[in-house]
Write a protein that binds this ligand. Structure first.
Ligand SMILES: [Zn+2]
Length: 312
């Protein structure tokens, strides 16, 4: 009697432990199966170790946006906790630069920072050359992407991923890049502009993942070129977008194709010692000389004491 009384609680405990272990195993298995069934189809054939992390280091709103809109998918939440690669590492608050540009400033805090910006890409021939030069110099840039290029040349989608994973900032340059529709008679068509911007967002997400978000945008042709911008400006501000023009350029998209030296000369002509320098360049199809001129431009800026950052 005494012996059996002492054994009973032990047996009970053992039974409880085994039952608990079994339930845990079953629960973990079910959870695992659920997670697997929830995995979204890959946006593009990306290698498994690619982590598309949408958070920009400096933008809390974007982080909140991600958290608020992505609570249903455990697998994605898990991805978000991985290290964010290099993206946004050097990101500079684009709103400060927007203000600098809109007020046509030359000097602000005295710290020399250059922002290399490339519009209208990615393109199969030029973008890889630009990325190579950036990589060799351990520099990051800002790419303003035109979505229709990604649809016209699906192979270029891989280049957008390369840009992103290399730590560059990705900006929105509208889907169509069609001035006749965006700015009929030079007046902004607000409805079309916003729709085109959103269409481009969806295209970017289709490559970089649903969590991708960027607040930096560039008007095709530049914001200052067009009339009746008040309405669209108001909406963009409300939606948290920052539009960015430039204060230096190589003129690589103006007139006839230019030689490497012509591009460098033009860049030097527009360089006025701005302590925040936003250089407009293009990595679209026919801009090989831009890729050729880039190392010289980078070296010139380095010799002048500039650091390089991205706009985020
Ligand atoms: Zn453009």
């Amino acid at each position: 009697m005494h012996k059996s009384k002492r054994l009973k609680p032990k047996n009970l405990l053992l039974t409880f432990i085994i039952a608990f272990a079994l339930i845990s195993i079953i629960f973990l298995h079910i959870n695992d199966v659920n997670n697997k069934s929830k995995l979204p189809p890959p946006a593009i054939s990306v290698s498994n170790n690619v982590n598309i992390n949408p958070t920009h280091d400096r933008n809390i709103n974007e982080r909140e946006h991600v958290i608020n809109t992505d609570t249903s998918d455990n697998s994605k939440e898990h991805n978000l906790e991985k290290p964010p690669m290099n993206h946004g590492k050097n990101g500079y608050d684009a709103s400060i630069i927007q203000d600098f540009l809109l007020k046509n400033k030359i000097k602000s805090d005295g710290k020399k920072i250059a922002f290399l910006t490339f519009d209208d890409g990615p393109s199969l021939e030029v973008t890889p050359k630009i990325l190579k030069t950036l990589n060799e110099n351990s520099i990051k840039a800002t790419f303003f992407i035109v979505g229709n290029q990604l649809d016209k040349h699906p192979e270029s989608r891989k280049l957008l991923i390369d840009e992103y994973m290399q730590g560059n900032s990705i900006g929105n340059h509208t889907y169509s890049h069609d001035p006749d529709k965006l700015y009929p008679k030079k007046d902004v068509d607000t409805k079309f502009f916003i729709e085109d911007l959103e269409k481009n967002n969806e295209t970017l997400k289709s490559v970089l993942g649903d969590n991708f978000h960027t607040r930096v945008i560039r008007f095709p042709g530049g914001h200052r070129t067009w009339n009746k911008t008040a309405e669209v400006d108001h909406i963009l501000k409300k939606q948290g977008y920052i539009f960015l023009d430039w204060n230096a350029m190589t003129s690589d998209a103006e007139g006839n194709p230019k030689t490497k030296q012509e591009l460098i000369d033009r860049y030097k002509h527009t360089f006025k010692g701005q302590d925040k320098l936003v250089i407009l360049m293009h990595d679209s199809e026919d801009k090989n000389t831009t890729a050729d001129a880039l190392p010289d431009i980078i070296n010139d800026l380095k010799s002048k004491g500039y650091e390089f950052e991205t706009l985020t």
